[in-house]
Design a protein around this ligand. Structure first.
Ligand code: GDP
Length: 528
């Protein structure tokens, strides 16, 4: 296979959903199709915590959740698939968001009975801000569900994207018995009785007027299907590949991950429509995956993956060029050369050393503290700097201090390291030396921080949640004495010594903005 073919066959994506919509189940089914059976078990195990699968972090075992994101790689239908696993728990963190920077498309799983839920909305926004294609899988149609037209309207109202159903559930009043494939005009019916939600469903396929199909459907169901299809053809958005590519239209599939119904057709269509690695923006202009010069960016740093060795692994997404083991690359931010001598691929439960990797692939590099999240590594003779790596506005704040002042040194060291790793945002308050304020996007980040300070840095901390929900930076770092009406704001300083104004709610932030019309307020730190 040529290098170009290798690039073209890569599909790097994430599955996003609200907890319980079926992300784990769908991921497992995709892995099963890819023949990665031993991995499939581990996806579930990580969730149920019945087995200690992930040895990366004790907390994962305790809580039965994936705190870190790993990569699931397998081949299917000629494609090399990299699924970037994102924490599926309600308490998600910046890691989830950052992982979405490294994908080329996303699959959004929606529960047919629940529709678009809170976390789906947040994750969707991160993907849609990047303008990447998003595919919708409406799951659990073996169960009672919402009307599909209502779901389409909901997706448009809540997420602001139009949808194009590729298939359509067959059934009335939320009771579905199969799907109709709009492209092939085939009906696929499952026989409800032997489902019970566990076994693979028995399926009958045929055209709508085939006897085998007709005899299993009531005239009411057939009539309803025909009128729905007519309405879709007339009033629905036609499939438009360009719009899908730009993230303006989401192809919508109905199915049931648990019973395997509709999963394989979904996967095949998805691989056909989802984009291979595309050019990425850099400060020096766009860089294409076919460009022979190697470039990659770090989207995640994980320290102490093996607590015995105090190692630090930087996960990077390759954007251009071919990676070969032992290559020397330029770390753009420090200007230093790094030898990528022990590159690893982290495939759910096992590490493998990589000899060669292509754009779209993810590799983990042991790092000595040099690399930071968002950093670029590239070839010295072709330096580039990846941009658009956002910092997500924190929504939760807490004061953190060591329980014993004897541990102050370890505390400072630990907090400093975790901040550099990007695990948490750390702010200082003027004249207060014994505590910091930390900001996060999810509660779990606080717990992980507390746990890691205890286990990795041997310091027990007090963590007190504060009643602030909103942070504002200012353009040009306007100092507090130049602002009017900051009585309700807590003034803190970030690691670049920029003033940050913490406010109890967005309304108060709006009020502060109104009172200082000449100041430009920012919801996240200015880039740089
Ligand atoms: P996640 O939190 O999004 O990863 O969701 P899971 O994949 O763990 O699924 C949540 C629950 O829904 C589990 O009990 C699954 O067995 C169940 N589930 C997943 N897919 C289906 C489906 O297609 N039909 C039905 N009836 N249940 C499903």
């Amino acid at each position: 296979m040529t290098d170009l073919e290798e690039i073209q066959r890569r599909r790097t994506f994430a599955i996003i959903s609200h907890p319980d919509a079926g992300k784990t189940t769908l991921t497992e089914k995709l892995l099963l199709y890819g023949g990665a059976i031993h991995l499939a078990g581990s996806v579930k195990a990580r969730k149920t915590a019945r087995y200690a699968v992930s040895d990366w972090m004790e907390i994962e075992k305790q809580r039965g959740i994936s705190v870190t994101s790993s990569v699931l790689q397998f081949d299917y239908a000629g494609c090399r698939i990299n699924i970037l696993d994102t924490p599926g728990h309600a308490d998600f963190s910046e890691d989830t968001y950052r992982t979405l920077m490294a994908v080329d498309s996303a699959v959004m799983v929606i529960d047919v009975a629940k529709g678009v839920e809170a976390q789906t909305k947040k994750l969707f926004k991160v993907c849609s801000d990047r303008g990447i294609p998003i595919f919708t899988f409406v799951n659990k149609i073996d169960h009672f569900g919402k009307n599909p037209f209502d779901l389409m309207a909901e997706i448009e109202d809540v997420l602001g994207i139009r949808s194009c159903p590729m298939n359509w559930p067959i059934g009335v009043n939320g009771n579905y018995t199969g799907i109709y494939d709009r492209e092939t005009e085939m009906c696929h019916l499952f026989l409800k009785d032997n489902a019970h939600g566990v076994k693979k469903l028995e399926v009958i396929s045929g055209k709508i007027d085939d006897e085998a199909i007709k005899s299993n459907l009531t005239p009411e169901i057939i009539e309803s299907l025909e009128s729905d299809l007519e309405l879709l053809d007339e009033a629905g958005d036609p499939f438009d590949e360009e719009k899908v590519k730009k993230g303006e239209l989401t192809p919508m599939f109905f199915g049931s991950a648990m019973t395997n119904f509709g999963v394989q057709p979904f996967l095949e269509k998805y691989l056909q429509l989802a984009p291979p690695p595309e050019p990425r923006k850099t400060l020096e202009g766009s860089i294409s995956p076919e460009d022979p010069s190697f470039s990659a960016f770090v989207f995640k740093i994980q320290a102490n993956m093996d607590p015995k060795h105090h190692d630090r692994v930087a996960f990077m997404r390759i954007c251009s060029g071919i990676f070969e083991k032992g290559a020397s690359v330029l770390h753009r931010q420090s200007g230093k050369m790094l030898r990528l001598s022990q590159p690893q691929q982290f495939l759910a439960t096992e590490r493998q050393t990589v000899e060669k990797a292509y754009p779209g692939d993810i590799i983990g590099i042991f790092d000595t503290g040099e690399l930071g999240v968002g950093d670029t590594v590239c070839e010295k003779k072709h330096p580039v700097t990846f941009i658009d790596f956002p910092v997500f506005p924190p929504e939760l704040f807490a004061r953190i201090s060591p329980e014993s002042s004897m541990k102050r040194k370890q505390f400072l060291n630990g907090v400093g390291q975790l901040a550099q790793e990007g695990a948490i945002q750390v702010y200082k308050q003027p004249y207060i030396m014994e505590s910091f304020i930390i900001g996060a996007v999810g509660q779990l980040q606080f717990e992980v921080m507390k746990y890691r300070l205890e286990n990795e840095y041997n310091v027990t901390v007090n963590l007190d949640l504060m009643e602030y929900t909103t942070a504002r930076w200012t353009e040009g770092d306007v100092p507090p004495e130049e602002l009017i009406g900051i009585d309700n704001a807590l003034v803190v300083y970030d690691r670049r010594e920029r003033p940050v104004y913490l406010l109890p709610n967005a309304w108060q932030a709006g009020w502060l903005e109104q009172r200082n019309p000449k100041v430009k307020f920012l919801e996240s730190p200015p880039v740089g």
